[in-house]
Each structure stands twice: as C-alpha cells, then as structure tokens.
Design a protein around this ligand. Sequence first.
Ligand code: XBP
Ligand code: MG
Length: 261
Amino acid sequence: MKGHPMPFSAIIFDVDGTLAETEEVHRSAFNETFARHGFEWSWSRELYGELLKVTGGKERMRHYLQTTHPAVLDRPDIDGMIKALHEEKTALYQTMMSEGRVPLRPGIARLLHEAKDAPGIKLAISTTTSNGNVEALLIPALGADVIDWFNALATGEDVTAKKPAPDLYLYALSQLGLPPQECLAIEDSVVGLRSATAAGIPTLVTVSAYTRDNEYPGALAVLSDLGEPDRPFELIAGDAGGCAHVDLSCLEKIHAKAGRG
Ligand code: XBP
Ligand code: MG
C-alpha cells in the first residue's frame, strides 16, 4: 500500500432517513397541523418526495407555498405563521415519536454501541432537524444518556444555511476538532451527500424509502442499509471493502479508500 492513509477518527451521522425512516412521521405531522388550522394543504408521498429537496421544515413550507399558494406569502404575518405552524408540527412529531412507532434502521444500534466504546473513535450528528427531534428519536430507542455518546451535535437550530450547504458538517467538525478527511459521514440523501462532500468529508450512503432511486456521485459506496451479521446489506454502487454488514472494521476499510481516491 502506498502513502499514509488518513486515520479514521469519527463517524458523523445524518438523522432523518439514516438513523430511522422518520420522514413519514414528519409528513403526517405536517399534514395534521395543516388540517387542524383548516388549510387544504395535504402533502402526498409523491409531493413530499419532491419537497424533501428543500431541507428544514420551515423552509419546506415556504417553498411549498411559493410554488402552489404564492398569495399566502403576502400575508403580513407570514413569518410568524410559518414559525407557529412549524412549532406545532414539531410538538406533534415528538408526540408521535414517543409512541415508539419508528425503529432504528438495521445496524444503527449495533454500530453506535460498538463505536461509543471504541478508543480513538468519536461520534457526531449532523441534521437539519432540531435537537428535540433528535432526542425524541434516540432516547426511546437507546436510553436517556444516548446524547452523551456523541462528541458533537450539529442541528438545524445551529446554522442559517442548512443542507446542501456545508455549514452543518463544518460545525460538527469544529466541535470534533478534527480535519474532514479523518471523518466519515453516513447520509441517505443527495442533499446530505452534497453537504458532507462540500465540507470535505468522505461519505457513505445508505438509501432510504424516499431516496433509493437517486444517483450519488462522489459517495464512497451506496448501500441499502448498514446490514446486520445475519442480514447482509445490498451493495448498490461503489466498493464496500468486501464486507457484508457495516461495523467499525468495515468502515475503516471503506474510509481508507477515500484517501486513495
Ligand atoms: C431531513 C430534513 C428535515 C425533516 C423535517 O433532515 O430535511 O427537515 O424532514 O424536520 P436530515 P424539521 O438532515 O436529518 O436528513 O421539520 O424539524 O426541519
Ligand atoms: Mg437524511
């Protein structure tokens, strides 16, 4: 082997679509909020797939109104209205999540447990959703102290420019105190991949319900999910280092390829 591969020091996880298939819960919470206020805005699965290109719930609502009900945006109270609707949507989402209806995706709990105790490996989160929503997903699944497993937490509340801008990943890197090449991001979407890549972070893609038909230029590999020892992932594109499920030694192999181009 030529040269000195970069050490592998951190995994940065996206949340929605990567840790769990949460987008259908977000969609229900948006729709339920709109209905409660008498708005006839109902986001179908198909429409929501398009709307996901705009990250962040408030930004997504504004984009929807711009393209379908532009007159609503002329209301003098529009900013307050979007903020209030989004707060209500967030509260509803958290109630729905507390009912425990969304399991973590294959391999997520296993990899987090392995990595949190591994010397020299740090964990981080980079998500356009909020802190409260991250907790609503992770605490019921992994316990009250799960947030302490992470050395860095970058959420939509911390930046103005959400994904695909690099800001969320740059903020995670600054908290980790690591150069991008020592990290590996795990993402489920093209906007997420673009965000991580723009921050210089090698990225592994695990596709989700809304993103499996996309192309992921620049990803180290594209997998169906992280897999489990008794249930291998499906390799969709790239080279997954010959492994059948993703654990730390597999990630190290995948990461080592990044340095070699
Ligand atoms: C995906 C998103 C989020 C959620 C909704 O986030 O784009 O906006 O759809 O959450 P991730 P909010 O970066 O984790 O994939 O309404 O709280 O924005
Ligand atoms: Mg995502």
